[in-house]
Design a protein. Structure first.
Length: 230
């Protein structure tokens, strides 16, 4: 069983008045830095480590983000052909999170991320190839600016939405099954009645930043935010 690298605090940020923070996910990096890297030492009580700790955290956040996506990929039936490579990448990435602060800050994160990203791309293709002939979904190029896009009821099964800007997009009743949401910006997107079952690399923070209702269908690992039910 792989560890759970998702952070649960984001589910309550909106209710506490930090609506904008719902788009940020630390993937458990904060706990790792404070409890493991610095052995429970708090920067408030030890101000001499504050600057270093603040430099270590963003590196750790990226490592934990990769761990979260690799962990999800390892649980996907479609990714079995590359399971050994995914497992090796997971173990290597996890080992990096236990380095000392100096070693963590010296890591070549872009190079490591490139290797992990290649495996995540392969995973995405394996999942989405079931519906690879979906012409409407194929038009949505990854990273595309879809701010405010009118996509109500659209058939977007298997869409590659990696890095897409979907801010305030109308996705009501859209079919988003088996779509790749890694890095997609869903702030204020309307997912009411949309079907996102089987979608991949979608985080709770992304869901929390969007709007929807009790009829929105999410992957089993995610839950409907409280503000969708009001």
């Amino acid at each position: 069983m792989q560890a759970d690298y998702r952070c649960s605090i984001h589910s309550s940020l909106r209710e506490k008045g930090f609506r904008g923070c719902t788009v940020y996910e630390c993937f458990g990096a904060g706990q790792k830095v404070s409890q493991i890297t610095y052995d429970g030492n708090d920067w408030r009580e030890h101000p001499e480590i504050a600057n270093e700790m603040f430099d270590v955290f963003p590196v750790m956040q990226q490592l934990h983000e990769m761990l979260s996506y690799l962990d999800e990929a390892l649980h996907l039936e479609e990714a079995k052909p590359i399971h050994e490579k995914l497992q090796a990448a997971f173990e290597e990435t996890e080992s990096l999170t236990y380095l000392n602060p100096t070693s963590i800050m010296e890591l070549d994160i872009p190079a490591h991320r490139a290797g992990v990203n290649e495996l995540l791309l392969q995973t995405s293709e394996l999942v989405r190839r079931k519906v690879s002939n979906n012409k409407q979904a194929n038009k949505l190029i990854r990273g595309r600016d879809l701010i405010g896009a009118k996509l109500k009821g659209a058939d977007l099964k298997g869409a590659n939405l990696r890095g897409a800007l979907l801010i305030a997009a109308d996705l009501r009743n859209a079919d988003l099954r088996m779509s790749d949401f890694i890095g997609a910006d869903l702030r204020d997107a309307n997912l009411s009645g949309a079907n996102l079952t089987g979608s991949i690399f979608l985080t709770q923070a992304q869901v929390n930043s969007a709007n929807g209702d009790r009829n929105t269908r999410l992957p089993a690992s995610l839950k409907i935010p409280n503000h969708w039910l009001i």
